[in-house]
Design a protein around this ligand. Structure first.
Ligand SMILES: O=C(O)[C@@H](CO)OP(=O)(O)O
Length: 247
């Protein structure tokens, strides 16, 4: 049996403005910083003390982990970071306002781009101001792996190698493992863990800043499907708010 804790970063500056973010490297809003610290306090109050940390290479996840672990007096934890835990690349929607996009393209197309399993938005040109084509943090990534857009299926495919090769070994060694990542990279991981269907995953949303604990069996599958938010009431309201973004 092993304990896995998933934490979506706190509210970012672009979450607050209602913009599609993806791989754009925005920082936390002041409210997001508070959420991150509260996430750390929830870990302590629930007696869930991680031994290791995994994050994406995006600042909002790194900041969240630092603030949460600071609040839990666990800044010293060993850490591993990977682009494979990054948010879904949102293609040509990066930098666009969600409500305006919904108005311009209609609810069906908006929902398809935002929550369908296998329909990616149009690709983002490399010369776009919100492109990551020249970003140093991806310089060692083979060019064919650097996405220009992704659907959730693509995220599952690029995230799973990191899960099997880097996270599972920590769990197998009995380490309580904290993964701090993003709305859609965590949806991809939850889809895998809980075996959520391609249709049903459209309805699954992850709130910012509230740790989600999973006890995993010897095959690294949840003992209790869906896991357990450390603040279930707050999670319920926040999940609803994520679902309604752009409306
Ligand atoms: O903009 C994004 O990158 C994500 C997460 O904030 O948005 P959504 O929840 O709409 O997929």
């Amino acid at each position: 049996m092993a304990t896995l804790v998933l934490l979506r970063h706190g509210e970012s500056e672009w979450n607050a403005k209602g913009l599609f973010t993806g791989w754009v490297d925005v920082t936390l809003s002041p409210a997001g910083e508070q959420e991150a610290r509260r996430g750390g306090r929830l870990l302590v109050e629930s007696g869930v003390l991680p031994d290791v940390l995994h994050t994406s290479v995006l600042s909002r996840a790194i900041q969240t982990a630092e603030l949460a672990l600071g609040a839990a007096d666990l800044r010293w934890l060993p850490v591993s970071r990977s682009w494979r835990l990054n948010e879904r690349h949102y293609g040509a929607l990066q930098g666009k306002n969600k409500a305006q996009t919904r108005e311009e393209f209609g609810d069906e197309q908006f929902t398809l781009w935002r929550r369908s399993y296998d329909v990616p938005p149009p690709p983002l040109p490399d010369d776009d101001e919100f492109s990551q084509a020249g970003d140093r943090r991806y310089a060692t990534l083979p060019p064919e792996l650097l996405p220009r857009t992704e659907c959730l299926k693509d995220v599952v495919q690029r995230m799973l190698p990191y899960w099997y090769d880097r996270v599972v070994p920590d769990l197998a060694a009995g380490r309580t493992t904290l993964v701090v990542a993003h709305g859609n990279s965590l949806r991809a991981l939850v889809k895998h863990l809980d075996g959520v269907g391609d249709e049903a995953i459209a309805k699954l949303n992850i709130p910012t800043g509230i740790p989600l604990r999973y006890e995993l069996d010897d095959e690294f599958r949840p003992v209790k499907p869906g896991g357990e938010y450390l603040d279930p009431e707050a999670a319920k309201a926040a999940i609803e708010a994520v679902a309604n973004q752009g409306r």
